[in-house]
Design a protein around this ligand. Sequence first.
Ligand code: GDD
Ligand code: MN
Length: 383
Amino acid sequence: MADGLAIEPTAPMELPAHDAAGVVCTELSVIIPTFNEVANVGELVRRLETLLHGIAWEVIFVDDDSPDGTAAEVRRIGRSNPRVRCLQRIGRRGLSSACIEGFLASSAPCLAVMDGDLQHDEALLVPMLEVLRHEPVDIVVGSRYVGGGGIGDWDRSRARMSAFATRLSRLVLHAEVGDPMSGFFMVRREAMEGAVRNLSGIGFKILLDLFASAPTPLRFRELPYEFRERQSGETKLDAQVMLDYLMLLADKLIGHIIPVRFFLFTLVGSLGVAVHLLTLTLAYELLGFTFITGQTVATVAAMASNFLLNNYTTYRDRQLKGWGLLRGFVSFCLACSVGAVANVGIASYLFSNSTEWLLSALAGVIVGAVWNYAVTAVYTWKS
Ligand code: GDD
Ligand code: MN
């Protein structure tokens, strides 16, 4: 493993250290990503208090500035309970990236990730820690799909979707994990540090990301648990989360060759060609506009659809809204117009120097696409 982070295989983990004053140093950090979980965090802390009695633990809530005031509630609890910390992120979203920042804010040798909505069975934390203390494994996974585990009251369609997503994950997974999509696990700090620079940090699936990013296959154990029903608040799993999942897979599969954003950007661009031709057909063939008018309308329609699609998919994490959307559209059109000039310029230069017409056109398209991507990444969706 890189950077001398290799894990001694069989030695049991050292017991928690004390500082000079005899204060026990934290052995376990429970990282809990939250978004609008104000009604759940108090109960969760109460349960951890009872359950982890006798263990040197802390909990780090990583909250993405929830409008329901989750962060303030966590800090309120933290004022009377020093084990409770809040890491509040402003202007950011994402379960995986929240977990990564939680990991990096902790010094503990054992790191657990658990949902903040009481759906994960916190009682599993104790046997998970026991496994890390005494067995040569890097990570213990709370699994819905091994004997004794279950998916609670999920309806058929969500169950089917989860099973399908799990099958897809085999593309990037280097281990036979039964439930790689689990959001509930405990990992050794060394194993996390070995993978952290390769993590994609996209979307919901931090466990899959860890498995796929570790430089050497992670040694794991799975412990069954039953996924509980949500009592308060609502799930954030939506179509976007599924798209994020595909982006994570793409990043793991081809991210080392081309950036997944560029891939999506060109995908959207190809869709734009279809929008263009459709609009042109409608305007010119069916509605009887002149070709020039049709072509102009089609160009604007394609640019608008490309801009909006990129705003909602490729750059979802930097999504423009309100006036920013308008300003973004103007800069997008400006950038793409220059891109179009470059495209035509390169293509005609090559063509006039006796390059095949198809090759000339393709070269123009590629140069235009790279230009559009690079310029809009900096000016339209600046991070
Ligand atoms: N910081 C942060 N930012 N937290 C988030 C975000 C976000 O953008 N989106 C969701 N969360 C938090 C929620 O508040 C909750 O504590 C946890 O992440 C899980 O979100 P849910 O919306 O409740 O997800 P779920 O119940 O549908 O699915 C969960 O369980 C599955 C089974 O273990 C997730 O953990 C899935 O990844 C997992 O497969
Ligand atoms: Mn949930």
